[in-house]
Design a protein around this ligand. Structure first.
Ligand SMILES: Cc1cc2nc3c(=O)[nH]c(=O)nc-3n(C[C@H](O)[C@H](O)[C@H](O)COP(=O)(O)O)c2cc1C
Length: 178
């Protein structure tokens, strides 16, 4: 299976750690993996031209042109984001907006998608609201939402220093493709 993880955190922190740990587990099971750190990519805002409606392509020349075929080739996409104001980060939302060329002809149809979210709060509305953003994108893109993991952390190294969080990630990774 080809697995891509998209990291929507602007810092080297918990989201990146969680995604790397999941991908390492997947590699141990023989899967092919790739991690995309959005903060290292040059990705412009969607300018709303809607020309992808007809062309099925985005006219903006930036790193999305490399990422589009990688997404099309994948079997499972992991969307990882910190919670910012009870939602995904702007960086992740912008990435989702740039998936519009895939929307019209359902080019990501039936691909598996999961959400990996980390926030400082363990309130149910925080968890639900941030995860719902990914679920909504999955629905609109006709993808198959197969699971989500939410971890509580505030400082950038909090997840990696919490043994319960590590167990939670490992269990999630084991169940992901079994
Ligand atoms: C601008 C900003 C807004 C945030 N908003 C929330 C929030 O609404 N709810 C919450 O639980 N945590 C919030 N946080 C905390 C982050 O989700 C938390 O620090 C998380 O561990 C960051 O993940 P990272 O280490 O992968 O960057 C916010 C942090 C920032 C910088």
């Amino acid at each position: 299976m080809k697995i891509i993880a998209i990291c929507g955190s602007p810092r080297k922190g918990n989201t990146e750690f969680i995604l790397k740990r999941i991908l390492t587990k997947m590699e141990e099971q023989g899967h092919q993996t790739r991690l995309i750190l959005l903060r290292e990519k040059r990705i412009q805002f969607c300018d709303g031209c809607l020309s992808c409606d007809e062309t099925e392509k985005c006219k903006l020349r930036d790193d999305m042109q490399i990422i589009y075929p990688q997404l099309e080739e994948s079997d499972l996409i992991i969307f990882g984001s910190p919670v910012y104001f009870n939602n995904v980060t702007g960086m992740m939302k912008n990435f989702i907006d740039r998936l519009l060329p895939f929307y019209y002809k359902n080019k990501l149809r039936d691909k598996k998608i999961v959400a990996a979210i980390v926030g400082a709060s363990d309130k149910i509305e925080t968890i639900k609201k941030s995860t719902d953003c990914i679920k909504t994108a999955a629905d609109l893109l006709k993808m198959s939402f197969v699971g989500d993991i939410y971890l509580v952390a505030r400082k950038n190294d909090e997840v990696e220093n919490n043994s319960e969080s590590l167990k939670q990630i490992d269990k999630f990774a084991e169940n992901l493709v079994s």
